[in-house]
Design a protein. Structure first.
Lengths: 112, 116
């Protein structure tokens, strides 16, 4: 079945470590997104990519990095520069401009 | 700048009643799309309904309808015949379609509680 897969579902990070969250889609979508969600809050855009080998900063990109080497994959790295990384991270992809985004199941990152 | 405002942090509704979740927006894009998503406690985001700014009719999808008032910049979600399974967070979102249509922004959400 077509869809978007995030892994892992839960991730624990020690202070000072970089961690990478995986996002894969088989929907043949050009656009992909990463959002951060804090408890009781809406979604805030971290990075987005319109096409392979291109990506743009969203509203809260500091402390994060991404790559888009393949159409299907858009991994997010949470670096040690991100001071408060504990949150729920959602990846999404989209086809045509006037269509909805499809979301993955999310990754819950906790700093221990 | 684009902005989405959801002014109801929480709403209660009796099972089988209808409920309206409010959403107002601001954008300079002449063409835009409005979306509603449901987020149950599991965390997944479920697409509910879409309204294009130039659509002549209000969108409907089963028990969901969108009360779109362009002049007032509002896009309220109406859920008819509420069910216990409708208890969740609901997010309004917007995407400008003229400026590449890539950046989607979300409101803070409304938590809906359906009472038996």
């Amino acid at each position: 079945d077509g869809g978007i897969t995030q892994s892992p579902k839960y991730l624990f990070r020690k202070e000072g470590q970089n961690v990478t969250l995986s996002c894969e889609q088989n929907l043949n979508h050009d656009a992909m997104y990463w959002y951060r969600q804090d408890p009781g809050q809406g979604l805030r855009l971290i990075y987005y990519s319109q096409i392979v080998n291109d990506f743009q900063k969203g509203d809260i990109a500091e402390g994060y990095s991404v790559s888009r080497e393949k159409k299907e994959s858009f991994p997010l790295t949470v670096t040690s520069a991100q001071k408060n990384p504990t949150a729920f991270y959602l990846c999404a992809s989209r086809g045509a401009q006037n269509t909805e985004a499809f979301f993955g199941q999310g990754t819950r990152l906790t700093v221990v | 700048a684009q902005k989405i405002t959801q002014t109801q942090p929480g709403m209660f509704v009796q099972e089988k009643e209808a409920v309206t979740l409010d959403c107002t927006y601001d954008t300079s894009d002449p063409s835009y799309g409005l979306f509603w998503y449901k987020q149950p406690s599991s965390g997944e985001m479920i697409f509910l309904i879409y309204q294009g700014s130039y659509d002549q009719q209000n969108a409907t999808e089963g028990r969901y309808s969108l009360n779109f008032q362009k002049a007032r910049k509002s896009a309220n979600l109406v859920i008819s015949a509420s069910q216990l399974g409708d208890s969740a967070m609901y997010f309004c979102a917007m995407r400008g379609l003229n400026t590449g249509g890539f950046k989607t922004i979300f409101g803070a959400g409304t938590r809906l509680f359906v009472k038996a």
